[in-house]
Design a protein around this ligand. Structure first.
Ligand code: OAD
Length: 252
């Protein structure tokens, strides 16, 4: 089967079966924790140590997790599609570790493994254990708020996680990358997986002209009424099956 232009949009639900909590689901982070205390610039200004503790815990959980068959199915789809763009709200690296190349991916809410300066544009990504990379940075960096907090080696600002917090703008270069892809024509397939789609830009991108809009999510979302097909099953089960149905029984 000749295929095509594909837009894939994912959210926390695709990583749920890898053992990473969602935000709003059962056992989701926002069921027990207050986003206003952990995921806003004000929270970071008030208590950077508390914010870093939460992000460091999440980094550990993500490092210990493995991509699941849903992440792998998207890599398979990318290999068969003429053109594919993944827009993920996830800050984890499971799409990347499953083998999707960065040129096919926009992490619209940032990357949890990036440390970014809260004062200037300086940032670096750590693939090493935090201890390794951060100790080397810490050697010359002692901050007034505490010596376990990272300081920018260019401007002395406090380093923060490279993610988008509530009340912050999306990176305009990332928006441009999505818009550029969508401006090149309708998609043959738009696939929306594991997101509550509460943000207007997600609903907007998901509902741009497409020959086929498929949603995979056990729950109903604002996307559901637009979807030609709604698969109410976990992604690790439904996504590999969908791809193998599209490309024939072997899935290859
Ligand atoms: P949510 O936690 O809001 O939603 C997770 C979605 O995944 C829900 O709709 C679930 O029904 C669905 N789900 C759960 N398990 C699933 C499975 N095994 N297979 C398929 N779907 C499953 O997460 P997001 O929509 O990603 O942003 O949240 C969007 C943003 O809100 C996040 O990026 C984060 C959060 O606050 C920021 O921090 C800026």
């Amino acid at each position: 089967m000749e295929i095509m232009r594909v837009l894939v949009i994912t959210g926390a639900g695709i990583s749920a079966e890898s053992g990473i909590p969602t935000f709003r689901g059962k056992d989701g982070y926002w069921r027990n924790l207050d986003p206003m205390q952990l995921a806003t610039p004000e929270a970071f200004a008030r208590n950077p140590r508390l914010v870093w503790e939460w992000y460091n815990e999440r980094r550990e959980k993500i490092r210990a997790a493995q991509p699941n068959p849903a992440h792998e199915a998207i890599v398979d789809l990318a290999a068969r599609a003429r053109d594919l763009l993944l827009v993920t709200q996830n800050v984890d690296d499971l799409h990347l570790r499953a083998g999707l190349t960065p040129d096919k991916m926009v992490q619209i809410h940032g990357d949890i493994f990036v440390n970014r300066c809260s004062g200037c544009a300086n940032e670096w990504r750590t693939n090493l254990g935090d201890a390794d990379i951060d100790q080397s940075r810490l050697a010359g960096a002692r901050h007034s708020m505490g010596d376990d907090l990272l300081e920018c080696d260019r401007c002395g600002g406090l380093m923060r996680p490279g993610v988008v917090w509530f009340g912050e703008m999306l990176d305009p270069r990332k928006i441009d990358a999505v818009e550029e892809y969508l401006s090149r024509g309708d998609t043959d397939l738009t696939l929306v997986v594991g997101t509550t789609a509460l943000f207007g830009y997600i609903l907007d991108w998901a509902t741009r002209p497409s020959k086929r809009l498929v949603e995979i999510n056990p729950e109903m979302t604002p996307i559901s009424r637009f979807a030609a097909e709604k698969i109410s099953e976990p992604a690790a089960k439904a996504l590999p099956r969908l791809i193998s149905e599209m490309f024939g029984a072997t899935g290859k």
